[in-house]
Design a protein. Structure first.
Length: 496
């Protein structure tokens, strides 16, 4: 008679933050460490890119122009990178896929380090590289995490994994700041690469561990160790990989009778061929309504958020200039005034993100469900930009953006990744790169166009731009409602 596994002290501690079952802590914490390292690597690179742009970008463009062009450049580069990633995911197993993609990014860090040593201006290409690296490496991690967990497990345990992402963002920024003086800027290329190597080692450990945990009963040819990462399989509630077509054929007796080892091998080979990936990433998204809606969700979310960042930045800059001109800045320059504001602002956002991720995310998913949790951020944005349309003062803008960003980086980020739990492996690896990478950068491009036309050509102030955001949020809400309905239907399918 087997006895139920007892909860460890670690399990009991983690229950303060989410509903964790005995034996689940190790995988959840390894995934949290994994994404912690990926985000740390990104934030070291993000800190590095700013002085490279400001101190030697090799361009005479202004800051807003530069960001607009680099956002467009990143989106164009992703038009090539995302289909290439999808083609690779359709040919190699997930561990090899992750190792190859990481090796490419590591090679890029090495090349940029070598170029920086020569004194060449690399600010602009590195800025574009970091924009692509950020979205692709994070999307790949979350595709892997979705591949590890069932829909029920992911809803409970992604809040713990998300803590790793939040902590990694802070740790990477702090680490880069501490190392600039003793090591110099150029060594940060190697620091970011070294952290990326450590993250990939953890991914390989997790891959071996999870295949032993969930795939020991599967024929070798049908495991994630041999099948391509992007297949027509989905993770069922039992933890097994299944395919709708293969299950139907098995239940209806359409598979040939298995009378010998040769027959069994033929059935396995037939099923392995059946689940192979087809089409490129963009074709997959545009022929799948659920994935397309997620892509539009990401695009509108980022469009609204980036517009809001412009409203905040423009308002702070104007107030800083007025304060310095009137002698109310306490002896600070315009740059110092802006720096002090953003230091306080970012600190508030980061503290709020950590608290929400630790104590509210799992409870929101438990009591509101994925469908309800998906509506929280657009409702906050709707109320915030409605307020700004009538009260466009810095205090209102600041706290609207603090609430918006802290919810986005915690609850909404976790929910958005949860949307892929009931999808096929092909949709996780191919579709997630398209929605999280390309559509994210497309939102940046649309925001740049909005700012260029609204602020540059039409001279719209904060109030009018808030009204533009208000209209965009209404569309975002409609998309979120539609996705919530479809998610529930998909989740019911994988649970059966």
């Amino acid at each position: 008679m087997s006895h139920p596994q007892q909860a460890s002290p670690l399990d009991r501690f983690l229950r303060l933050f989410t509903d964790i079952r005995p034996g689940e802590a190790a995988t959840a914490l390894l995934l949290a460490l994994n994404v912690f390292l990926f985000l740390s690597s990104y934030y070291v690179a993000k800190v590095l890119r700013e002085p490279l742009i400001l101190a030697g970008g090799g361009t005479t463009l202004t800051g807003p122009q530069l960001k607009s062009y680099t956002a467009t450049g990143a989106a164009l580069l992703l038009l090539i990178a995302v289909p290439a990633y999808g083609a690779l995911a359709g040919r190699v197993p997930r561990r090899r896929l992750i190792n190859i993609v990481t090796a490419i990014f590591l090679a890029c860090f090495a090349v940029f380090f070598a170029l920086a040593q020569t004194g060449l201006p690399i600010g602009v290409p590195f800025f574009v590289f970091v924009a692509v690296f950020n979205v692709m490496i994070v999307a790949q991690f979350w595709a892997f995490a979705n591949d590890v967990y069932t829909e029920e497990e992911g809803k409970r345990l992604f809040p713990i994994v998300g803590v790793g992402a939040s902590a990694g963002a802070v740790a990477g920024s702090v680490l880069a700041g501490r190392l600039i003086e003793p090591l110099g800027l150029n060594m940060l290329f190697l620091v970011a690469g070294a952290i990326l190597v450590a993250a990939t080692i953890i991914t390989n450990v997790l891959d071996r561990r999870e295949r032993r945990r969930t795939e020991t009963q599967q024929p070798d040819a049908l495991t994630s160790g041999l099948l391509p990462a992007a297949t027509g399989q989905y993770r069922a509630a039992t933890g097994e990989f299944k395919t709708v077509t293969a299950e139907y054929r098995r239940e209806t007796g359409q598979f040939r009778a298995v009378k010998s080892e040769e027959d069994a091998a033929a059935v396995v080979e037939e099923e392995a061929e059946e689940v192979k990936s087809t089409g490129n990433a963009f074709q997959l998204v545009f022929r799948n309504r659920y994935l397309l809606l997620i892509g539009f969700l990401v695009m509108f979310l980022n469009w609204v958020n980036t517009n809001g960042e412009f409203i905040l930045g423009d308002t702070v800059t104007l107030l800083a200039q007025e304060a310095v001109a009137a002698g109310r800045a306490g002896g600070l320059t315009v740059g110092q005034y802006i720096g002090q504001f953003y230091s306080s602002y970012f600190t508030g956002v980061n503290i709020a993100v950590l608290l929400i991720q630790l104590f509210l995310v799992s409870r929101a998913l438990k009591y509101l469900g994925v469908r309800g949790s998906l509506l929280v951020l657009p409702i906050i944005a709707l109320g915030g930009y409605a307020l700004l349309a009538f009260v466009p003062v810095l205090a209102a803008i600041r706290w609207t953006k603090t609430l918006e960003n802290s919810t986005d980086y915690s609850l909404n980020n976790t929910v958005r990744h949860t949307l892929f739990l009931p999808t096929t492996r092909e949709e996780k690896y191919k579709g997630k790169q398209a929605t999280d990478a390309f559509f994210h950068r497309a939102g940046d491009v649309l925001s740049s166009l909005t700012v260029f036309v609204g602020s540059g050509l039409l001279a719209l102030g904060a109030q009018r731009l808030a009204l533009v955001n208000l209209a965009l949020v209404v569309v975002w809400l409609v998309i979120a409602v539609s996705i919530g309905r479809r998610y529930n239907r998909l989740a019911a399918t994988t649970a059966s």
